[in-house]
Design a protein around this ligand. Sequence first.
Ligand SMILES: Cc1ncc(COP(=O)(O)O)c(C=O)c1O
Length: 434
Amino acid sequence: MPPENTDWSDHRKFLEEARTRDAQDVLSPFRSRFHMPPHGAGEALYFTGNSLGLQPVGAKDIIDGELEDWKRLGVEAHFDGRRPWVSYHKEATEDLAELMGALPVEVVAMNALTVNLHLLLVSFYRPQGSRTKLMIEAGAFPSDRYAALSQLRLHGLDPAEHLIELSPRPGEHVLRTEDIQDRIAQEGDQLACVMLCGVQYYTGQWMPMREITQAAHAAGATCGFDLAHAAGNVPLALHDWDVDFACWCGYKYLNGGPGCTAGAFVHERHANKPDLQRFEGWWGHAEARRFKMEPDFDLMPGAEGWQTSNAPVMNMAAMLASLAEFRAAGMERLRAKSLDLTAFLESGIHAVAASTGSRLEILTPSDPAARGCQLSLVAHGHGKALFEHLTNQGVILDWREPAVIRMAPVPLYNSFSDVAEFLGILHAGLRGDT
Ligand SMILES: Cc1ncc(COP(=O)(O)O)c(C=O)c1O
């Protein structure tokens, strides 16, 4: 446990308030359902669930079970295993649908995020005539930009002309809803597809997804989202918002472990459309006849029709343990705690800034409706040395060039005391008491 001794008098108040809030927190038992990495004789202060979620305690049993079935049954485990491998992805469907605000038929666990983004863009970015443009955000996660550029080239289109990258206003860090809407309307019938993030990886901004989707549809474009930082972080209603497509990864807030199987959402409006262009594979072929090895492709209904390969069992096993925790905790309660925890962190950062006379700028919107749990912090005049101090003291955060410290108090396993302890370490780092 990091030291509590500090001469910052407000720290004691934060620590006391944190203890009270932790005692009242109905979700606090979930912390013991995850392995908190050690630091010295105690535990690290882990705020990097936005990058890699912690290992669920239940993961080992599930993975061991699959190893045991493999050992005991070999290939027969595809049908006779405790969770038959042939339909392993379906083990995640109900829970993923709940988290995405989707119908079960609209979601599927498969592949990796960028692979899914490509598969979905093949179907939903269909430039035709003068409707050719693809819209992303400037500063999108590099993989999304590479995907967008290569999709444009696939259609023989020059990215310089046909890729739109939305930027915040000069001097601002996040996009304004009205600016996104205006730009979509302005592009109008030249716009083929809007593909933005759900929660921005760098700033932590939760995009106004419903408004963006409405604007895209009003312009006659399709609309999809990269939910890497949104899935398991913010409550989603993809079906009701009428989103066309979305994809996410399983290793961040979904705690599925490194390289965990990702997921995809396709609105039911687009299900059962054999004429919709897609890259096909045998796992998207009619399930009941898959092993008849027929030469012609017969499309499966729903999002499962975008599958190409058989389910990566080991890659999905740990996520099943995490999804069980989400089911037990419930997204509504998680969001309620998340709002409190992030607000507590935010107020603490302001208090530390005031006490040390530091300029601590939070890039993330202060409006709770426009963010999840992550805050992105710039400590002007301190840079990476401060980050290194925090790391040395057992605070696990991440650094994004040129100067951002991202931190995410995750409601499933972080406590108010984690945040209060972090504030003391931050205070000491800014004062140079290291
Ligand atoms: C916002 C975002 N998009 C895409 C990716 C790429 O994910 P993957 O390597 O699973 O394709 C990441 C990875 O961190 C990400 O944060």
